[in-house]
Design a protein around this ligand. Structure first.
Ligand code: MIC
Ligand code: SF4
Length: 754
């Protein structure tokens, strides 16, 4: 039986009435996205319609998922909400803190030892407050959620940007910061700006070397890393229904890489098959009973241009395998053009390592297709040229692929299997020699490839591809190898071609697992003690941030004017810093260390304007804080893209930065800043970015009449005595302005508890 089946039942029971009411209200056929959103309004039935990209709306999500690296902050905040139990079913997944080095068993034991304090904290908080706990080694949050919790038509939030993966099973699943999760677990509504809708029509059928991953790699190339901002992407068409449920998950997963709020697919037979295969026939039966509400109305998919704000059409019959990268997931190159592009751009073409797995591509189907290539190594007398590493997404998948002999085949090509965890995808990869910072190329089936992400080496060129293509490129050891047209020379000196991959959507013998790694919470957790040592360097209880002083902010220093891409990996690096995710003061020592200073083009080197001396970003900001001087951070386009980690907002807040002013924000980061009581501002005229000078003293004027849709003014007092006044915009609504005034949303929850 599925977890929380009663919740699913009640969602389906009320869905028909709510969907019908919304259809009447809107007076038009509904997209799937609208059906799910309207049936999850905080106040139901709907009495008004909402403006796409305009109105903030309160929702009541069905569940919350958290991974260990973000759960620590989410739960430290939740502990202050004064509730005995979470208000909606919630889970914690231990997947981000395990370093991939030697291999699964050893690495897991090391992590259990190293992060014992954090795991014990998470386990006891979960036990106390009624949260399901998935132990280290159980798997990656999004794979475990897809296998156990996701259900068609449901709404979920999760403290990880790839929560969107559950769209593969027809959910609206959205990545958020921990403070948002805290609200929902505390029984409060969750707010989101009503999204715009992008429809992606998939015609034709995947075959040969193409997989679901290539669909999203192509979409990323079309929409770029910010093209999905503020939008939900709904996929449909014969190409959608003919693809597996886990393939749909891959597509939705990487919707995070185009900035989309989430992506989803209508309920179909592939989802029903997946539900039944993963032990949830009960959910499939219930879903079948409300089928018509779990996909868009027929008119919508027949005339999509009338119902979506933007339409993209992709013909799967003519799709090519893609390789996206380096350094950004939207630089899409079809494999047939790679020779040309690599030569033109000087990308190193020798592939050193191929890595498969991650939350994006860990399904049974993915692994079986990769195996079909690995098998050909011995059959064709080939010798793989690159190292090959695997991080399975869950113990259930790992156990099943072991039973079915796949791990043995990988073993024959010298593959190494790491723990079922994020590992190299999030910089938890102790890669030998990375510290030498040599220029090199890796290919992986993950989702992100920002600089330094996998191994900390800024000169590692990482390319994202399907597990099949990664496997072929690892065998060839060459980034420009096109398996559709090129041959390889085998150990006998013969030219051989790789046969196109083939695999199984689901295991013929069913999934199996001995210990999935789940720990249920206590029925009554009131007696459970949660201890945080005051001397811990991993965990720190949170002190409330100070409320706004009630005046305009004057004499702010420019901490850094960041140039170009500034993702959350640049603002609050992961890898070695993940260990401080529960300790705000310690992790603040990584503040913006990856951002490039506009004035000297260097990372982590800024001028302290009080002393005139050059120092690191965190040290400079700590000095400003000690002197009681506020500061401001300036950034470029899509600032804060990538992760949901609220540390990227809490660290500047903790160290005394008052505002972040950028050309544009990524959605989750902008909300995180607001939640933590920061000012998130955008240039009214993007060209004003050029007016910000290094030694400016900056005033933010208009805060005493801070109101929705009303611009603020920044006065730039330049060092030579001249001044510039620029207009800055914001997207705060009344409620969010209250967060700013209170010094953060949590201060308001705290007050209501006290
Ligand atoms: C990521 O893929 O960047 C992460 C690590 O999963 C993050 C969450 C985090 O920073 O803890 C995400 O995507 O939200
Ligand atoms: Fe983990 Fe990577 Fe997935 Fe993030 S993207 S959840 S780090 S596997």
């Amino acid at each position: 039986m599925a977890f929380d089946i009663e919740v699913i039942k009640s969602v389906y029971e009320r869905m028909p009435e709510r969907v019908n009411a919304a259809r009447q209200l809107l007076g038009k056929p509904l997209t799937l996205t609208e059906k799910i959103l309207y049936s999850h309004l905080w106040e139901n039935p709907a009495t008004q319609t909402f403006g796409r990209g305009a109105d903030y709306v309160d929702f009541a999500p069905d569940r919350v998922a958290m991974q260990d690296a973000t759960a620590q902050m989410a739960l430290l905040q939740f502990m202050q909400a004064g509730r005995p139990k979470v208000a909606v079913p919630s889970t914690v997944h231990c997947d981000h803190l395990i370093t991939a080095k030697v291999g699964a068993t050893t690495d897991l034991a090391v992590a259990n030892d190293e992060s014992k304090e954090v795991y014990d904290f998470l386990a006891s908080v979960s036990n106390k407050y009624g949260i399901g706990f998935w132990k280290p080694g159980a798997g990656i949050i999004h794979q475990v959620v897809l296998e156990n919790y996701a259900f068609p038509g449901g709404m979920m939030i999760g403290t990880d940007s790839h929560t969107v993966n559950a769209g593969g099973l027809g959910m609206i699943a959205i990545g958020v910061g921990g403070a948002d999760a805290c609200d929902v677990m505390a029984g409060l509504p969750w707010e989101l700006k009503w999204p715009k809708l992008i429809g992606v029509k998939l015609t034709g059928k995947l075959s040969g070397w193409c997989s679901a991953k290539d669909v999203i790699l192509k979409v990323a190339g079309i929409l770029t890393v910010k093209g999905g901002t503020g939008c939900i992407v709904e996929y449909f068409g014969e190409g959608a229904t003919s693809m597996s449920c886990t393939g749909k998950g891959t597509i939705c997963n990487m919707g995070a890489e185009i900035g989309a709020t989430t992506s989803t697919f209508g309920y179909d037979e592939s989802m029903e098959r997946y539900l039944r295969a993963t032990g949830r026939a009960d959910v499939a039966d219930l879903a079948n009973g409300v089928k018509e509400h779990l996909t868009a109305d027929a008119e919508v998919y027949a005339n999509p241009e009338q119902y979506f704000d933007q339409i993209i059409e992709i013909d799967l019959n003519t799709l090519e395998p893609y390789l996206n990268g380096p350094f950004t997931p939207d630089l899409a190159t079809p494999i047939s053009k790679m020779k040309e592009e690599a030569a033109k751009n000087g990308w190193p073409t020798k592939v050193e390592v191929g890595l498969i797995g991650s939350c994006t591509n860990s399904s049974y189907e993915d692994i079986s297709r990769a195996v079909s290539l690995a098998k050909q190594v011995s059959e064709k007398n080939l010798k793989p040229k690159a190292d090959y590493l695997i991080t399975p997404g869950s113990e259930q998948v790992r156990f099943t692929i072991e039973r079915d002999g796949f791990l043995d085949i990988f073993d024959q090509i010298g593959a190494k299997v790491f723990t079922n965890a994020c590992g190299p995808c999030i910089g938890m990869w102790d890669r030998m020699g990375a510290e030498k910072q040599e220029k090199n190329t890796i290919v992986h089936s993950f989702n992100r490839n920002f600089a330094k992400r996998a191994d900390g080496n800024p000169n590692t060129f990482a390319f994202v591809a399907s597990p099949e293509l990664v496997t072929a490129l690892a065998i060839a050891g060459d980034l420009t190898f096109n398996p559709l047209t090129d041959s390889l020379t085998n150990e006998n000196g013969e030219a051989v071609m790789l046969d196109a991959p083939s695999g199984f959507e689901l295991p013929a013998k069913g999934f199996a697992v001995e210990d999935a790694g789940y720990q249920a919470p206590a029925e009554d957790g009131s007696a459970v003690q949660v201890a945080v040592s005051p001397t811990s360097n991993r965990l720190q209880l949170l002190d409330p941030f100070q409320a706004w002083e009630g005046t305009d902010l004057t004499n702010l220093r420019l901490l850094i004017k960041a140039k170009g891409k500034c993702t959350t990996d640049h603002i609050s690096m992961a890898g070695p810093w993940l260990k401080f995710r529960g300790h705000l003061d310690n992790i603040s020592d990584n503040l913006l260390i990856g951002a490039i200073n506009f004035f000297n083009e260097k990372a982590n080197e800024v001028v302290n304007q009080e002393t005139g001396k050059t120092d690191t970003v965190p040290a400079t900001q700590r000095a400003y804080k000690a002197a009681g001087i506020g500061s401001i951070v300036v950034g470029d386009e899509n600032y804060g893209e990538g992760s949901s980690r609220e540390h990227a907002a809490m660290e500047p807040r903790h160290l005394g930065v008052r505002a972040v002013l950028v050309k544009s924000f990524a959605r989750i980061h902008e909300t995180n800043l607001k939640k933590q009581g920061m000012l998130a501002l955008t240039f009214a005229d993007k060209a004003d970015y050029d007016k910000i000078q290094e030694a400016d003293k900056i005033d933010i004027v208009g805060l005493t009449s801070f109101a929705p849709d009303k611009s603020l003014t920044l006065v730039l007092n330049h060092a030579d005595g001249s001044k510039d006044e620029i207009t800055v915009n914001h997207s705060y609504n009344d409620q969010q302005i209250e967060w700013f005034k209170a010094g953060g949303a949590l201060n308001i929850i705290r007050k209501s508890v006290a």
